[in-house]
Design a protein around this ligand. Structure first.
Ligand SMILES: Cc1ncc(COP(=O)(O)O)c(C=O)c1O
Length: 394
């Protein structure tokens, strides 16, 4: 039939985010499902976008990215990680991290190549691998236990996922939805396997500045043998609170950058010109902005975590990101979708069921959890907490 979807997208369902948001609107619920702030980022950065529009920066940008933003992304990398990238040959600007990831996979994965992913994952990873004709190989992160307080991968399960068909590993740290920040020894294990099997790494670090006391974000690309095989991706969305602007950048050695650019030029060609200028201004903000951001979000995390604990949920306090995973079994639930529908319609607080972030084989691992976003104004969190408090001692 002429109006059937092409095979490469036919299996993609509508996302659970859409369903939960619809339910939240229907029940006037406080939406702690969606991962974006209900407040804007810095005024000065907004002004930079407005000034750029007024100054006539309204035509197509350079395909690889405006020079000012490529220079700013390179300077940011030098400032925070001591890593040098050449703005001309090693930095590419895309429409958000999502397009950087898509372009990197399109540019580097051949049909039949295997791509290793950690589950649960950001929901675009499997589709972007499938659209390139790649084969996802999923390695689960195991939930915290009394002996192992952090989400963790089993090194043997990870090693078993590598073989001669493996082309790429996608790593998201700090990790959505678990809030895990991969530790140095874990990065060393991942790097050793990538080097051993001659595998590329695609690192999604959009939460790089949302890391809390006791944890430190480290780049996989800093591990021995990884600089030449890693594409590191980040964006303005989470760090600067402008998720709607969709400005991202990919850092990689020239050969890998070429592949990203070859794909990017025929996906979007270029990214919004004035918002690139504003993103460059954002990346140049003083260190105090970045430390203040982490401290501010840590306070929101602690406030919501305490409320979730008080209502009886078992909370996995995140080391990074703006999500809290909470175990729902103490409230008598064993199915995340049922719990999230109930919480939205009966309690008036929306959360996301994490089975959306697993392939079918591993969905049981997420079924007893719910994901709450705390990137919300204090008043929004207070309203949510007031509603959740009605369940205390239930
Ligand atoms: C892990 C992860 N990567 C990428 C993105 C999207 O980034 P962008 O808005 O820059 O495309 C998100 C947004 O939720 C995310 O959680």
């Amino acid at each position: 039939m002429p109006y059937q979807s092409a095979d490469r997208v036919a299996t993609f369902g509508t996302s659970i985010f859409a369903e939960m948001s619809r339910l939240a609107v229907e029940h006037k619920a406080i939406n702690l499902g969606q991962g974006f702030p209900d407040f804007d980022g810095p005024e000065g950065v907004k002004e930079a976008a407005i000034a750029a529009i007024r100054a006539g920066e309204n035509q197509y940008a350079v395909s690889m990215g405006q020079p000012a933003l490529r220079r700013a992304a390179a300077a940011h990398s030098q400032r925070f990680y001591g890593q040098t990238f050449d703005p001309d040959t090693e930095v590419t600007v895309c429409s958000g991290a999502t397009e950087c990831l898509f372009a990197a996979v399109q540019g580097l994965v051949n049909p039949g190549d295997e791509v290793i992913l950690f589950e649960p994952f950001y929901d675009s990873y499997v589709p972007i691998v499938l659209m390139a004709g790649g084969v996802p190989r999923c390695v689960p992160l195991h939930a915290p236990t009394a002996e192992q307080p952090r989400w963790r991968f089993d090194p043997d399960e990870l090693a078993a996922a590598f073989n001669e068909r493996t082309r790429m590993l996608i790593l998201n740290t700090p990790h959505n939805p678990t809030g895990k920040v991969f530790a140095a020894d874990e990065l060393a294990q991942i790097a050793a396997l990538c080097v051993q099997w001659d595998v590329l790494a695609l690192c999604d670090e959009v939460y790089e500045h949302l890391v809390y006391a006791g944890a430190r974000h480290q780049r996989l690309s800093a591990q021995p043998g990884m600089a030449e095989r890693t594409i590191t991706v980040s964006s303005n969305g989470k760090t600067f609170g402008f998720t709607g602007w969709k400005v991202g950048w990919a850092l990689a050695r020239p050969e890998l950058t070429l592949a990203v650019r070859q794909a990017h030029q025929f996906i979007t060609f270029s990214t919004s010109t004035p918002f690139q200028t504003a993103a460059a201004a954002a990346l140049a903000l003083e260190d105090s902005y970045f430390t203040g951001l982490a401290a501010d979000f840590q306070a929101r995390r602690d406030y919501l975590a305490a409320a979730l604990q008080a209502m009886g949920l078992r909370v996995s306090v995140p080391q990074g990101t703006y999500f809290i995973m909470a175990e729902i079994t103490p409230l008598g639930f064993d199915d995340d979708v049922t719990f999230c529908r109930w919480l939205t319609s009966e309690v008036g607080v929306a959360a996301i069921p994490p089975t959306a972030f697993y392939t079918e084989a591993h969905q049981h691992l997420g079924r007893t959890w719910a994901r709450f976003a705390f990137c919300k104004r204090r008043e929004t969190l207070e309203q949510a907490v007031a509603r959740l408090a009605k369940l205390n001692g239930r």
